[in-house]
Design a protein around this ligand. Structure first.
Ligand SMILES: CC(C)(COP(=O)(O)OP(=O)(O)OC[C@H]1O[C@@H](n2cnc3c(N)ncnc32)[C@H](O)[C@@H]1OP(=O)(O)O)[C@@H](O)C(=O)NCCC(=O)NCCS
Length: 172
């Protein structure tokens, strides 16, 4: 059994461990740490999945990005990264983190959520290709991997723009 809660200071090293193990590299943990000390971090939108034995087994982060449109910037969120410890994968923990995360984004009144990720994973939660909404990535990426979820349905109708990521994302 596990529960999902907002990260606390005591989780910081465990979050690094989850990401290093899941991705097999340090880039994602470095990204999380860079965002945590930036203005783009949203307290309450860095979530951990923790077992009853207090082991952190999964983590998800949503942080602030912008969509640049011809009428000015629209504040948005990026879902990145999402990680589950390898021995706990395929048990629904990643899905629980995404669903609970999106619920909290909605409760906090946030706008759209952008993700660059597996094209077969995120549509289950309501993500669609960002291009369908006229939203472009700032770099070359396969269309099917760049997705968006409208926390408030319709909020992006008739809006076209390009996502702008903070510098912390450059090294990932
Ligand atoms: C992707 C990840 C977070 C999923 O977490 P999880 O707890 O294993 O996911 P769930 O148990 O909720 O869902 C499992 C489903 O995800 C699918 N899945 C897992 N990895 C996938 C991948 N790389 N591409 C597409 N689907 C994937 C599984 O096939 C399974 O599908 P099913 O439900 O149709 O059987 C986890 O595998 C992970 O940490 N991977 C390494 C890091 C990573 O790739 N992060 C995501 C970056 S976008």
């Amino acid at each position: 059994m596990y529960n999902v809660r907002a990260e606390q200071e005591k989780d910081i090293l465990e979050i690094r461990k989850v990401n290093d193990l899941a991705f097999g590299q340090e880039n994602e943990a470095n990204l999380i740490e860079a965002i945590r000390c930036s203005e783009y971090f949203v307290p309450g939108l860095s979530l951990v999945a923790e077992t009853d034995a207090h082991e952190v087994i999964g983590h998800i982060l949503f942080s602030v990005i912008t969509i640049e449109t011809k009428n000015g910037p629209i504040q948005s969120l990026a879902l990145a990264p999402l990680a589950v410890k390898p021995e706990y994968q395929n048990q629904g923990i990643g899905s629980t983190l995404v669903k609970e995360g999106l619920k909290r984004c909605r409760e906090l009144g946030h706008g759209p959520v952008v993700v660059l990720g597996h094209s077969e994973y995120y549509p289950k939660f309501g993500f669609i290709r960002a291009s369908e909404n006229g939203i472009k990535p700032p770099f070359e990426v396969s269309d099917e991997n760049f997705m968006i979820y409208e926390v408030k349905p319709g909020a992006l109708n008739n809006i076209e723009g390009t996502v702008f990521y903070p510098e912390a994302f450059t090294d990932v």
